[in-house]
Design a protein around this ligand. Structure first.
Ligand code: URA
Length: 214
């Protein structure tokens, strides 16, 4: 697992600003910090993809370089992921994209909840590299359910999960249920509270980016 905050970098400023209750009042800055974090994580992920020798004709001569053999497919879970996704598509600007509508259903009597899914738009994923993008990895249930639904669109040859803020419980759940996935995260927080919010986390990423919902 790759944890961006394990090393000091400017990305820790983006994460700090995302959490800061004063700075959170500026929704545009919140979205932009998510986007910047997405760009940095996308760059880190680009280092583990497959490249091939390529020649580029400059005005003066041929330059030899290594370029991506294939573009990844960027899969986003609506709606909180949109600014984070924007960061990924800024970097992987030729990538195909998939969108999933998944949300927490009513909390059950046992305090748990089911993940409801009502929308999926995806290209064929057969033998492709898929990056599953969700800024808040709390329980891991929506990510797992999204991945299972995506399998109806073909089996990827590589799955990468990208998240900004994560809880140890959700990471353990995904490592157990999708052991082949490579996981790239901004940071790992302390725990989930009784409402399954990440602590210290940042609150509700969708509301902070786009306003309250009913
Ligand atoms: N989704 C959020 O937006 N925040 C959390 O803490 C957990 C899930």
């Amino acid at each position: 697992m790759f944890i961006l905050s394990s090393n000091n970098s400017i990305a820790n400023h983006f994460i700090a600003e995302l959490r800061d209750v004063q700075i959170q009042k500026d929704a545009m800055r919140f979205r932009r910090n998510m986007e910047r974090l997405g760009e940095v994580l996308a760059y880190e992920i680009s280092k583990i993809l497959v490249y091939e020798k390529t020649e580029v004709q400059s005005p003066l001569a041929i330059a030899e370089t290594e370029l991506l053999s294939n573009q990844p497919v960027l899969v986003t879970i609506l709606r909180a992921s949109l600014p984070f996704h924007q960061g990924f598509i800024n970097v992987f600007d030729k990538a195909e994209n998939a969108f999933i509508g998944a949300y927490r259903g009513k909390h059950r009597a046992d305090e748990g909840f089911d993940v409801e899914m009502d929308y999926i738009a995806s290209p064929d994923l057969t033998n492709k590299t898929v990056i599953l993008i969700d800024p808040m990895l709390a329980t891991g249930k929506s990510l797992l359910k999204s991945y299972q639904a995506l399998l109806n669109h073909g089996k990827p040859n590589k799955l990468i999960i990208a998240s900004a803020i994560t809880a140890p419980e959700g990471l353990a759940y995904l490592q157990e249920n999708i052991p082949d996935a490579e996981i790239f995260v901004g940071t790992v927080d302390k725990f989930l509270n009784e409402k399954y919010y990440i602590v210290p986390g940042l609150g509700d990423a969708g509301d902070l980016a786009f306003g309250l919902k009913l």
